[in-house]
Write a protein that binds this ligand. Structure first.
Ligand code: CP
Ligand code: NVA
Length: 300
């Protein structure tokens, strides 16, 4: 059975297939989920992910069922294994947004239903697929782009790095030393295809085609907010950075913390592609789901 907990669960060819399906959906997607359900489990808030996932299910002819953390009570009301087996009785797939990535591993272990990560503390693969689509449409082939990620080397950055690597590209990371990738992350990115390069200060960013950032305080990190804001001082994406990189597009997975990792002027400025990126979440979710349910093991 296939699962998608992070981008490196896919081969490069499979990722290319999903990207192609996302970019050219009309003639290839029918209603493979007619009369079928998809469980959408959320431990954290969401605007883009919940709505794009639910609408992807609807567009494939199926019925999404939104489930909260309290309802399932994984680990205290019922074990992750029993929850996955239960949902497997009714649904074709389980899409889940969790605090701890390990919960996804436990849900996946039952092998009773394909599990797709809708964001964990470690990864955000459907965001990365939407981001590749956006880079392709806005700036051209991703393997030819100078992509600079500014800020926290977090779940979004990690999945994006793996996705860029899988299509033969590379990227660099402007991040304070305390907020860079772990050795294990670096090994995964190297294995996927490139050696991550670090940039110490934002005024050293030049010739970028894409400037990408995400929040400095991810969901679940609120207690450390003051320390993190201090740690990221000097790493805001502002107009000076973008005008020095005048052919670059600006990307952000959203939600943005305006005035922290990015200024209003950049978010709302002419280089910003954040709404194309948000819209691409639907294409990415629909393509990934269509691909997943088309795998032989999903039909067993
Ligand atoms: N980018 C993203 O995942 O947004 P939400 O948290 O609103 O789903
Ligand atoms: N890194 C952010 C992404 C939100 C879509 C978080 O985990 O909160």
């Amino acid at each position: 059975m296939r699962h998608l907990l992070d981008i490196d669960d896919l081969t490069a060819a499979e990722l290319a297939e999903i990207l192609d399906l996302a970019a050219h959906p009309v003639e290839r997607l029918a209603s493979p989920l007619r009369g079928k359900g998809v469980a959408c489990y959320f431990e954290k808030p969401s605007a883009r992910t919940r709505n794009s996932t639910e609408m992807a299910v609807v567009q494939l002819g199926g019925h999404p069922v939104y489930i909260t953390r309290e309802e399932l009570g994984i680990g205290h009301r019922e074990s992750a294994d029993d929850v996955a087996r239960t949902l497997g009785c009714y649904h074709e797939a389980l899409f889940a947004r969790v605090y701890e990535h390990d919960i996804l591993e436990k849900l996946k272990a039952s092998n009773s239903i394909p599990v797709v990560n809708l964001l964990s503390d470690q990864a955000h693969p459907l965001q990365a697929i939407a981001d590749l689509l956006t880079m392709q449409s806005e700036r051209g082939p991703v393997d030819e782009l100078n992509i600079v990620y500014v800020g926290d080397c977090n779940n979004v950055a990690r999945s994006l790095a793996l996705a860029v690597a899988a299509v033969g590209g590379s990227m660099s990371f402007a991040a304070p030393s305390a907020y860079r990738f772990s050795e294990n992350d670096l090994d995964r990115i190297r294995l996927a295809g490139f050696e991550p390069m670090y940039i110490d200060r934002t005024n050293e960013i030049t010739d970028a085609d894409v400037v990408y950032t995400d929040t400095w305080v991810s969901m679940g990190q609120e207690d450390g907010r003051a320390e993190r804001l201090k740690g990221f001082e000097g790493f805001q994406v502002d107009e000076r950075l973008m005008s020095r990189n005048d052919r670059a597009v600006f990307m952000h997975c959203l939600p943005a913390h305006r005035g922290e990792e990015v200024s209003d002027e950049v978010l709302d400025g002419k280089q910003s592609r954040i709404w194309v990126q948000a819209a691409n979440r639907l294409h990415a979710a629909r393509a990934a789901l269509a691909w997943l349910i088309d795998q032989p093991s999903a039909q067993a």
